[in-house]
Design a protein around this ligand. Structure first.
Ligand code: ASP
Ligand code: MG
Length: 590
């Protein structure tokens, strides 16, 4: 018999009428011949309310007791949902995380799922009951109640679907699907019918907050089909799958509005410095993004990165200490910046996306102050006032408002480059939510070019990458960061065979712009670690830097995404780096 998991979020169970509405959806699924497991959140704003009650007593309630408190919200909903189903004449049974056997680690308020036992749910399902499971909660080895972190019931739902081998996991929410960008910001945003796990992961982390990122990691690891749809209508929503039916170069655009950019200027360019910086920041529990380490001049390099705006002061404190420790020249920062990114699986095989994006932004006379790319994402940093205009320009240049079938055939439509791996067998994994490293690669055929001191004004990146593309060159990594004296530094990598042509084009541009001669390194290697959960397990980038630093290997440019962290090193050290990383991550590989 087919089995579906249906998850109802807080707004979908905000009052008893809505709970009855959700119960009817479960009944309809049961009548259609499915076994049904319903996962619910706490009603409406219950969790917020519980948090504020504890805060009325103390600013620092213990994490164990917070879990005890917060888990009560979901317990109310499961009981009411079961009562609703019974009142409508259906057999139902409610179960807490502990009753189901959702085992987690003991990190209260942000626990990770280790395993799920399906026996009690199966028994109830086979007895013809609808199972109502409390989302967001589990139990540790000592029997303490744990919670998975705010928004965690999405993760509970997808994890249950994985453990039960469900045919689909429906996420009922207050939006009717996944959009090409946040529809509250751009009216022309379009609901997509399908999107891939990887794209969704990037979009979620970029602030398109439809779902808890960890739930998508689960879906990807175990091959769960997720259907995001509205609780208040019957129209189909969006499917999140491994390989979407139609695949465009750009699937969506996202914005993170409240960011701050920091630069550690004049860092002595030797192994271990980047590692020390990011270790200190991680200790302060600050999430960094858009990390760019530029190519050094006179044995010194600048490291720039972004953090959420709220963390600016805390980050400045950390930088002050680190800067003295490692002998950097100074700290520089910019408040009120926004990150606008495009994401798409098709980008892997299709050039042309970067320059098209940069051109669209420059046509609006908007200046890009930083750029980073990963294999399926390009991010630009712009000032806060320009953020929405940038998003609109980018959304429109890739025609995201049109369905892929409306696009002309020659438009950026390509097949996905990498097939998604066959999903894992739940039984083979005991730490269901552990980080999973799929591969560690070494690409030794790269060269790097750096343009120091280019004018920092609209259109520079567009001009540069259009000219490089016209010469038939496919660029791999691109980073732009803030240089000294208000100038920008742009670095990119190309296949080594293309170096001479790329250098020719770049030198010509330097002449036209009267900027410094480009620098280059004809033999660089790219080391990359790919997997699932790279970003939600924050220590990974640190482990990678530390391993290389301990091995005396200097890291140059860095690019991070949800499924990949890539860095360039000197080619001579590539093989050694690969061996060190393989050893370090041996226990995390499939
Ligand atoms: N009730 C929890 C929260 O508000 C879990 C969830 O809704 O996903 O964060
Ligand atoms: Mg939620």
């Amino acid at each position: 018999m087919p089995l579906i998991v249906q998850k109802f979020g807080g707004t979908s169970v905000a009052d008893t009428q809505k709970i009855l509405g959700a119960a009817r959806k479960a009944i309809r699924a049961a009548q259609a011949g499915n076994q049904v497991v319903v996962v619910v959140s706490a009603m409406g704003k219950t969790t917020d309310h519980l948090v504020s009650l504890a805060k009325e007593i103390t600013d620092r309630p213990s994490h164990r007791e917070m879990d005890m408190l917060l888990s009560s919200g979901e317990q109310v909903t499961i009981a009411l949902m079961a009562i609703a189903l019974e009142s409508l004449g259906y057999k139902a049974v409610s179960m807490t995380g502990a009753q189901i056997g959702i085992k987690t680690d003991s990190s209260h308020t942000k626990a990770r799922i280790r395993s799920i036992s399906t026996d009690s749910m199966r028994k109830a399902l086979d007895a013809g009951k609808i199972v109502i499971a409390a989302g967001f909660q589990g139990i540790d080895d000592e029997g303490n109640i744990t919670t998975l972190g705010r928004g965690g019931s999405d993760t509970s739902a997808v994890a249950l679907a994985a453990a039960l081998g469900a045919d689909e996991c429906e996420i009922y929410t207050d939006v009717d699907g996944v959009y090409t960008t946040d529809p509250r910001l751009l009216a022309e945003a379009r609901k997509v019918s399908q999107i891939s796990y990887d794209e969704m992961l990037e979009l979620a982390s970029l602030g398109a907050g439809v779902m808890h990122s960890r739930s998508i990691e689960f879906a990807k690891k175990f091959g769960v089909t997720v259907h995001v749809r509205s609780s208040f209508t019957d129209t189909p929503g969006s499917l999140i799958v491994g390989t979407p039916e139609s695949n465009t170069a750009v699937a969506g655009a996202a914005i993170a509005k409240n960011e701050a950019r920091l630069t550690l200027v004049g860092v002595p360019d030797k192994p271990g410095n980047a590692m020390r910086l990011f270790a200190r920041i991680a200790e302060a529990k600050i999430a960094t993004d858009m990390i760019v380490q530029n190519i050094g001049q006179e044995e010194r390099t600048d490291i720039s990165f972004t953090v959420p705006g709220n963390d600016l002061t805390a980050t400045l404190d950390v930088l002050k200490t680190v800067s003295e420790e490692i002998g950097a020249e100074r700290v520089d920062y910019q408040k009120n910046v926004a990150k606008v990114s495009v994401v798409g699986l098709g980008m892997e095989k299709q050039g042309g996306v970067a320059e098209k994006m940069f051109r669209a932004v420059s046509r609006k006379m908007i200046n890009i102050s930083m750029i980073t790319t990963s294999e399926i994402k390009i991010s630009t940093l712009v000032s806060w006032e320009d953020a929405i205009e940038t998003l609109r320009a980018v959304h429109s240049v890739f025609q995201l408002e049109k369905t892929p079938s409306q696009l002309h055939s020659q438009e950026l439509s390509v097949k996905p480059a990498k097939q998604v791996k066959p999903e894992l067998d739940v039984a083979r994994i005991s730490g269901m939510e552990d980080i999973l490293i799929e591969a560690i690669h070494l690409d030794q055929a790269q060269a790097r070019i750096t343009m120091p001191n280019v004018p920092d004004k609209p259109g520079i990146a567009a001009e540069m990458f259009e000219r490089i593309a016209e010469a038939g060159i496919v660029v791999d990594m691109i980073v732009q960061s803030c240089g000294r004296n208000g100038k920008a530094i742009i670095t990119y990598t190309v296949p080594r065979t293309m170096l001479d042509i790329a250098l020719g084009v770049t030198k010509k541009l330097a002449g036209e712009w009267k900027s410094d001669e480009p620098l280059h390194n004809p033999t660089v290697a790219i080391l990359s670690v790919c997997g699932t959960g790279l970003r939600s397990h924050t220590g990974l980038a640190y482990r990678m830097f530390k391993t290389l630093a301990d091995g005396g290997i200097n890291v140059n440019i860095i690019s991070t995404s949800e499924r990949n962290i890539s860095i360039t090193v000197n080619n001579a050290q590539g093989k050694h780096g690969l061996q060190l990383l393989k050893k370090e991550f041996a226990n995390d590989m499939i």
